[in-house]
Design a protein around this ligand. Structure first.
Ligand SMILES: Nc1ncnc2c1ncn2[C@@H]1O[C@H](COP(=O)(O)OP(=O)(O)OP(=O)(O)O)[C@@H](O)[C@H]1O
Ligand SMILES: [Mg+2]
Length: 365
């Protein structure tokens, strides 16, 4: 079931009637069965969007549809959603089994569907066993939450959320309490569970790598405004603006002012790259992996003095100046390069992005 969001706005009024537009006129469709990442820095409106989808906040304006149904006015319990938050809040005194069964035991519609108490118990048992298997915790059903690792607790929270067979799964930074290794494992599991169940899922995170690795699409937000909705790789390859370019990628893109003059982009005084752009000043972004060391000294290359070099795995990370800006490149470590060297770089076009002075992408190749 798809989710259609139309002109969704949420304004909070704080002290002295100061208004915060947490979500600003959001219009987007999340296709049925997709896992969509809601990505952006702290305070950009991710959780507010999720709360609006859940029915925990009332929108200032706009509409939300689950499939053909307008759910904008429906309370959370009538929306058929599963929710998982950062602090997974399992009931500490209950076993894992009871934690997963609890929402079913308390569901009025489930009681109506299974009137006979014995039959209901059997139906609950079947669902708990099945969901526990999906999230791979069937060995842990007798334990209490305190006897589980963070990742296991997280999986219990997900099992509890999907046990009610929600139409929509909403996850708000579900991995932020986990250590690095467990984060990666658990995010892959979320993806596996999501694909096994086919539930349309919105996954909120401020971690670009997390969003890139498991989603079908990413919605990048800033100050309540959508910046780009795209396939994860596309947001990296074709960032719509400077903000998206800078937000995605680690190490981040190198960004500086560059001049176009007579068909060339001038970098460090050299004709670094041929261009069809009109003469003038542009914002130029270069991905760290797009610098190529070259012996060539002619047009199409430029000068840089290496100020710092570190070996990180199979790459060198080197620092130098571009047009007065601190810049970083990743170079394969079989290359010979030392601190203090002045080298020539050529650029890989696919990693070079140009923006106007307002930060909007200019398509030039
Ligand atoms: N209940 C509220 N009352 C007033 N302002 C709020 C409320 N909830 C959120 N805001 C404001 O709305 C904006 C968006 O907040 P939101 O929680 O959606 O951000 P977020 O993207 O989830 O950030 P984070 O990554 O830090 O969780 C922020 O400026 C925040 O201060
Ligand atoms: Mg949040």
């Amino acid at each position: 079931m798809d989710i259609r969001i139309e002109g969704l706005t949420k304004t909070f009024t704080g002290k002295e009637n100061k208004e915060t537009i947490a979500v600003n006129n959001l219009t987007v469709t999340i296709p049925s069965g997709h896992l969509v990442g809601l990505l952006g820095p702290s305070g950009c409106g991710k959780s507010t969007t999720l709360f609006l989808l859940a029915g925990l906040h009332e929108p200032t304006s706009g509409k939300i549809f689950f499939g053909d149904e307008d759910v904008t006015g429906l309370p959370p319990e009538k929306r058929g959603i599963g929710l998982v938050f950062q602090n997974y809040a399992l009931y500490p005194h209950m076993s894992v089994y009871d934690n997963i069964a609890f929402p079913l035991r308390n569901s009025r519609s489930f009681k109506e569907e299974h009137k006979d108490a014995k039959e209901r118990r059997a139906a609950i048992d079947q669902i708990v066993q099945h969901t526990a298997k999906i999230v791979a915790i069937e060995e842990l059903l007798d334990r209490k939450p305190a006897q589980l690792s963070g990742g296991q607790q997280q999986r219990v929270a997900i099992a509890r959320a999907i046990a009610k067979q929600p139409k929509v799964l909403l996850l708000d930074e579900p991995l932020s309490n986990l250590d690095a290794r467990l984060r990666i494992q658990t995010r892959e599991e979320i993806r596996r569970i999501q694909q096994a169940t086919g539930i349309t899922t919105v996954f909120v995170t401020h971690d670009q790598e997390e969003a890139m690795s498991i989603t079908d699409e990413i919605i990048v937000m800033r100050d309540g405004l959508v910046q780009q909705v795209d396939h994860p790789q596309e947001t990296y390859i074709h960032p719509a603006n400077v903000f998206v370019a800078q937000f995605l990628g680690n190490p981040p893109i190198n960004l500086f002012q560059a001049e176009a003059r007579g068909g060339w982009l001038i970098v460090n005084g050299d004709r670094a790259m041929a261009t069809v752009l009109a003469d003038g000043h542009y914002q130029m972004g270069i991905r760290p992996e797009s610098f190529i060391l070259t012996g060539d000294e002619g047009d199409g290359t430029f000068n840089a003095r290496i100020e710092f070099k570190a070996t990180i795995g199979r790459d060198f990370q080197v620092r130098f100046d571009i047009n007065g800006h601190f810049s970083e490149a990743l170079i394969e470590s079989d290359q010979h390069i030392s601190e203090g060297d002045t080298v020539r770089f050529a650029l890989r076009r696919s990693g070079v992005h140009l923006f106007d002075q307002d930060g909007k992408r200019i398509e030039v190749w």
